[in-house]
Design a protein. Structure first.
Length: 164
């Protein structure tokens, strides 16, 4: 056996997202992604307090854990944590219509580096992205670098008590 060889692993077990309100976020991901809560996998502390829920989201390929963690959530506000693949611009337009029907705010289609992009902030400001597999065929001069939807998140303000 080669001690420097990477041991095997079997894919992604689950994704974990910080949230400030478990029930609100579970409703949002259920409506937006068509996810289903797996009640049997709810995470409770010994005192019975619920601190995480598990969702099955069709097409994601793994489960999604929503973990109650307001501090991490605040630190990641505006971060684009997950990018889902969609086939092409018409598929992105169907997503836009779906989100509009739900009243969920989102970006317009954005010209990204290789394809079209739709950005959807979740209830805590984390950005879910939908990116086309089909390239848009536009040159680099068309990439919307100045779009606020492509800009990195602004750093969270440092509380006065935490300042050096």
């Amino acid at each position: 056996m080669n001690p420097t060889a990477t041991p095997p692993y079997a894919g992604i077990h689950h994704l974990k997202l910080p949230v400030t309100d478990l029930e609100r976020s579970a409703r949002w991901y259920t409506a937006v992604l068509g996810a289903h809560r797996v009640d049997a996998l709810d995470h409770h502390r010994p005192d019975g307090t619920l601190f995480a829920v598990i969702l099955d989201a069709p097409g994601l390929g793994t489960r999604l854990e929503l973990r109650l963690d307001p501090a991490t959530c605040a630190a990641l506000n505006g971060y684009d944590f997950l990018t889902l693949a969609v086939d092409d611009r018409p598929a992105l337009e169907r997503w836009s219509a779906h989100l509009d029907a739900l009243g969920v705010p989102h970006s317009p289609p954005v010209v990204a580096l290789a394809g079209w992009l739709l950005v959807v902030p979740d209830p805590d400001g984390l950005r879910l992205r939908l990116y086309t597999n089909a390239p848009h065929g536009l040159g680099p001069e068309h990439v919307e670098y100045d779009s606020p939807w492509l800009a990195p998140a602004a750093p969270a303000p440092v509380p006065v008590s935490a300042a050096p």
